[in-house]
Design a binder for this molecule. Structure first.
Ligand SMILES: CC(C)(COP(=O)(O)OP(=O)(O)OC[C@H]1O[C@@H](n2cnc3c(N)ncnc32)[C@H](O)[C@@H]1OP(=O)(O)O)[C@@H](O)C(=O)NCCC(=O)NCCS
Length: 175
């Protein structure tokens, strides 16, 4: 099992030239567009992404290629669970998928100074999203952390929106 931060199968070459860093407030608009273009992520208001980029930038990571944001992860530390980093949304633009970018964003997230006290990662995932579940499971494998999938938000909680249920993926502890 490779250690966190080490290279995985093919990506290093295909990710050369990609910069990983915190988002800027001025980049919220690009993150919002990636969400809209994904066709699968829940679209929140641009204002919401502005707040994330301003107030939660320490727990967010963007991947930048040729000056454009091509992938992002937004996360926060739930106030009542200080050992948890909760991944709110993660998205990779269609042309950059399957190059290890999503996994790399998560690796970078968990080593952010703001996540120093975290030993658990949580995210909610719809049952049909095999790509996302596979990615989080690979992270757990790399970090030699256990994981469980439990009930998260039932579809009823989304009212009449016809939203699929969200399962809670929880992995850790990793240290
Ligand atoms: C989910 C998503 C972020 C994955 O990003 P990515 O950069 O393409 O994923 P990676 O290349 O890092 O893949 C890591 C692992 O995830 C799994 N995976 C990724 N895409 C997959 C797919 N289409 N089908 C099955 N497994 C997949 C694999 O296990 C993969 O490892 P492998 O390539 O060695 O088999 C991306 O598909 C995406 O943006 N989807 C739309 C938005 C979304 O659904 N976000 C998650 C909401 S919870």
């Amino acid at each position: 099992v490779p250690a966190i931060g080490s290279s995985v199968k093919l990506p290093q070459q295909s990710l050369s030239g990609v910069e990983f860093r915190k988002p800027l407030v001025s980049e919220a608009i690009q993150i919002h567009k990636l969400v809209v273009d994904s066709g699968t992520l829940d679209e929140n208001s641009l204002y919401c992404y502005l707040l994330l980029c301003r107030d939660f930038a320490d727990t967010c990571v963007v991947a930048v290629a040729e000056g454009e944001i091509v992938a992002f992860v937004t996360a926060y530390r739930p106030p009542d669970r200080q050992d948890v980093v909760f991944v709110w949304q993660i998205g990779v633009s269609a042309e950059f998928q399957r190059r290890g970018l999503g996994l790399e964003l998560l690796r970078r997230l968990v080593v952010q100074p703001a996540c120093q006290d975290c030993s658990f990662l949580e995210a909610t995932i719809t049952p049909s999203n095999v790509a996302s579940l596979g990615m989080f499971q690979r992270l757990a494998g790399e970090m030699q952390a256990g994981f469980e999938v439990a009930e998260g938000f039932t579809s009823e909680l989304f009212g009449d929106a016809g939203h699929e249920e969200e399962l809670l993926f929880r992995m850790g502890p990793w240290k």
